[in-house]
Design a protein around this ligand. Structure first.
Ligand code: C2E
Ligand code: MG
Ligand code: MG
Length: 713
């Protein structure tokens, strides 16, 4: 088969140059057995080693060049992760099915793949690193398919072991599958008429079709948009934790963004137009220019077009990132005042899933048209729904947010763009690059803390101490954690018969750290689930070995909303409690857990309750949830927050809230525990008000089992 060298050569060149750059900046930290990390510091010889596998021919994500050296977006991402010093990395690309098998049987540790539900039985997945969609590909003269079932019983090629094969099987489509070795073979089967169509990931297929000049085309809209993650052998929580931490680090330190931006033109690649080819071969243009003076005018015009394509985003016609930064820098150097605004449209993915790929693009374009406003001086689309604007005057930020966030008319529907905005105001000595970074930092902070918009402040910067703690968590795992237990007084039985498990980090250098120092941090880095799993396992051990005595009726554990939504959480809990009576366990969840995806949260709580676990609302009263709303969930207890309880004697308003909460909870069949009771007067008043359980320093401070056990029973 004739092979178009143009496209592939360019990708190979880009990959070689950029990976050389990355390697040099990483001091070669990815080669096996090497001793320096990204900052040139000596690596601990105990640094874990991770072997990544993947398909040997899957451009632009990963592939082997003619010298069998691995290249691609994933490879660079893996190198950037290793450059953090959290682990050393090795890359072993092979046939896709062999790659999957190698992770399943533990020969290698990680593979990047579509994180589908079915695959969860064999792999555990990191946070997503990218998103891919599939489509049907056929010979060019053949029809367009609106849906997969229109393929009827045609012969459809899929790569053996790939997501498409699993998905066709799981959904019982009647197509006759033809199995292919790899993505190229899959497309070739269609080109050689050994299959009528194939189902493949769009980005890679488009590359292969062009590079190998196959007479094929995309014959359906995109479907199955799926997150792409690193998968590890099921249960290999150590590798999972290392990968998640390294991912969190490269996202925070900006190297993910650098790799992503370098590969963006290839990941979001479209079949090349004449203009693209000319752009890539500027030298050819120069030659033509010399040879054909007669074509000078035409070429000048063409050049202008090329410059436009090079500096503008193809979807929106807005500036690309580099051009935007350059223009803002020019304005800054002329002394113009202004604000750099970063805006992200968060619901592009869900619009694509609910409507179509075309609708999500139309949404981007419609939003770009809205920016044609005299206030917006420069505007840019950085990609994936992230926009940056240079605005000359912003006296009313709320009004500006309202202006950009009103619904967008697309075809016949109005779609609400779910947006978040970060702002950075011009400051002397700060260039456009830094202003963009600050605006993005403000945007991420706003997103993480539930704001529509925020203006940059120094406080939003990640604390280097936090990064250190995260690294130590990655290195030491759960080894340094201890559980303390705080007793709960049962007002009806008039004795202490329950306790709450409260985690502490016994840090070798920093001493005993309270949970408020690290829980939020682990949540933000996506690492909380590992700690929660340890707390559950440890609590089960305490119950099973009766470390708090035989009279303990119930042990409460704090569970975050994030834990609830983690796939596999319920089955982990089910397996963990097999050795005890699950009714002894109660999961405390803060009010926010009942808002985020409340439908899904309710389903999960139902499953936990079906196992026998009790569920409780922690810190009740600090959020906005009413008791009647919470009673729609299967909760058996609310815990009144300490802020109401602490001054219930002196503060009449809080007393009224506590009293009516207890009364209403009892009407709804929910028990009430008061937290933070520090004195006898409060203790007695709460009993008079009908409180079922009481917890606080007045009963006992949290302590180790040996100290708490004598108080129980
Ligand atoms: P929480 O679940 O509301 O736990 C009660 C907190 O109040 C504990 O703080 C406890 O030591 C403190 N406390 C109890 N009685 C009194 C009192 O009378 N006066 C005062 N001033 N404080 C009292 P701690 O241990 O620092 O925990 C803080 C929070 O950290 C917990 O609040 C909980 O949200 C979280 N946390 C603790 N352990 C875990 C865990 O294993 N997993 C998760 N996800 N979160 C945890
Ligand atoms: Mg609690
Ligand atoms: Mg609480």
């Amino acid at each position: 088969m004739a092979r178009s060298k143009a496209g592939l050569c360019l990708i190979l060149w880009l990959a070689a140059v950029s990976s050389a750059l990355l390697m040099s900046s990483a001091h070669g930290s990815t080669a096996k057995g090497q001793a320096l990390n990204a900052k040139g510091q000596a690596l601990n010889p105990d640094t874990p080693h991770i072997i990544f596998t993947g398909s040997e021919f899957y451009p632009p994500l990963q592939w082997l060049d003619t010298n069998r050296q691995p290249l691609g977006f994933l490879l660079e991402l893996q190198q950037a992760m290793a450059a953090t010093g959290i682990f050393t990395a090795e890359h072993k690309l092979q046939r896709w099915n062999d790659a999957l098998e190698a992770v399943r049987n533990g020969e290698v540790q990680a593979v990047a793949l579509i994180a589908s539900e079915q695959r969860q039985q064999w792999y555990d997945f990191t946070a997503p690193i990218y998103y891919v969609a599939h489509a049907i590909f056929t010979r060019t003269n053949e029809r367009f398919y609106g849906r997969i079932d229109q393929l009827g019983e045609r012969r459809v090629a899929v790569v053996e072991g790939a997501y498409a094969q699993l998905e066709l099987l799981a959904n019982g489509y009647s197509v006759n599958t033809v199995l292919a070795r790899d993505e190229l073979h899959c497309l070739q089967l269609v080109a050689q008429q050994q299959a009528d169509a194939c189902i493949e990931v769009i980005a890679t297929s488009r590359h292969l079709i062009a590079d190998y000049e196959l007479d094929l085309h995309q014959a359906s809209p995109p479907f199955w948009p799926q997150p792409y993650s690193f998968g590890v052998q099921k249960g290999d929580s150590k590798t999972l934790q290392l990968l998640n931490t390294a991912l969190a680090e490269i996202i925070i330190d900006g190297s993910y963004q650098q790799v992503y931006e370098r590969w963006l033109p290839y990941l979001e690649w479209q079949p090349k137009t004449l203009v693209d080819y000319l752009q890539q071969f500027a030298w050819l243009l120069a030659l033509l220019l010399a040879l054909a003076l007669a074509g000078l005018v035409w070429l000048l015009q063409l050049r202008r077009q090329l410059a436009f394509v090079a500096s503008h985003d193809l979807f929106t016609g807005l500036l690309r990132r580099n051009e935007f930064v350059e223009r803002v820098n020019q304005r800054l150097s002329r002394g113009e005042n202004g604000v750099l605004v970063a805006v992200r449209i968060n619901n592009l993915d869900s619009v694509m899933t609910a409507f179509s790929y075309q609708t999500s693009i139309a949404m981007l374009q419609s939003f770009a048209r809205r920016l044609d406003n005299p206030r917006v001086i420069e505007k840019s689309h950085f990609g994936a729904g992230l926009f940056a604007l240079w605005v000359n005057e912003l006296s009313d930020i709320d009004e500006f947010f309202h202006f950009i966030a009103t619904p967008l008319a697309i075809d016949v529907v109005d779609i609400d763009p779910s947006e978040v905005m970060g702002l950075a105001v011009r400051e002397p000595g700060v260039d456009a690059e830094e202003l963009s970074r600050r605006a993005l930092t403000a945007l991420s902070y706003a997103q993480g803390h539930g704001y529509h918009w925020l203006e940059y402040q120094q406080d939003f910067e990640p604390d280097p101490e936090d990064l250190l703690l995260l690294r130590e968590f990655a290195r030491r795992g759960n080894n340094d954690f201890v559980l303390h237990f705080q007793p709960q007084f049962n007002a009806r039985r008039r004795k202490i018969d329950a306790a709450e498990a409260l985690v502490r980090w016994q840090h070798p250098e920093r001493g005993l750290l309270g949970p408020l120092r690290f829980i939020g941090l682990l949540e933000d880095a996506g690492l909380i689930t590992q700690l929660t799993r340890w707390v559950i396992a440890e609590s089960v051990r305490v119950l099973q070995q009766q470390l708090l005595g035989p009279d303990l009726q119930r042990l409460s554990i704090n569970v975050t909303p994030h834990d609830l939504l983690e796939p596999g959480f319920v089955s982990f809990v089910r397996d963990s409690v097999a050795s005890i009576d699950p009714r002894q366990l109660c999961f405390e969840i803060t009010e926010t857990g009942f808002f985020e995806d409340s439908q899904q949260a309710r389903g999960i709580l139902d499953e936990l309750v079906a196992i026998g676990i009790q569920c409780s609302v922690d810190d009740f009263g600090t959020g906005h949830a009413s008791l009647s709303y919470l009673s729609l969930f299967p909760v058996s207890e609310v815990k009144l927050d300490r802020s109401f309880v602490c001054d219930v004697i002196t503060n009449e308003r809080n007393r009224a809230i506590v009293k009516s909460s207890i009364e209403l909870a009892h009407v709804l069949g929910i028990e009430v525990t008061a937290e933070g009771v520090e004195d006898v007067a409060t203790f007695e008043l709460l009993q008079r008000l009908g409180c079922d359980r009481i917890q606080g320093f007045h009963i006992a401070k949290p302590g180790l089992p040996a100290d708490i056990k004598p108080l129980i029973g």
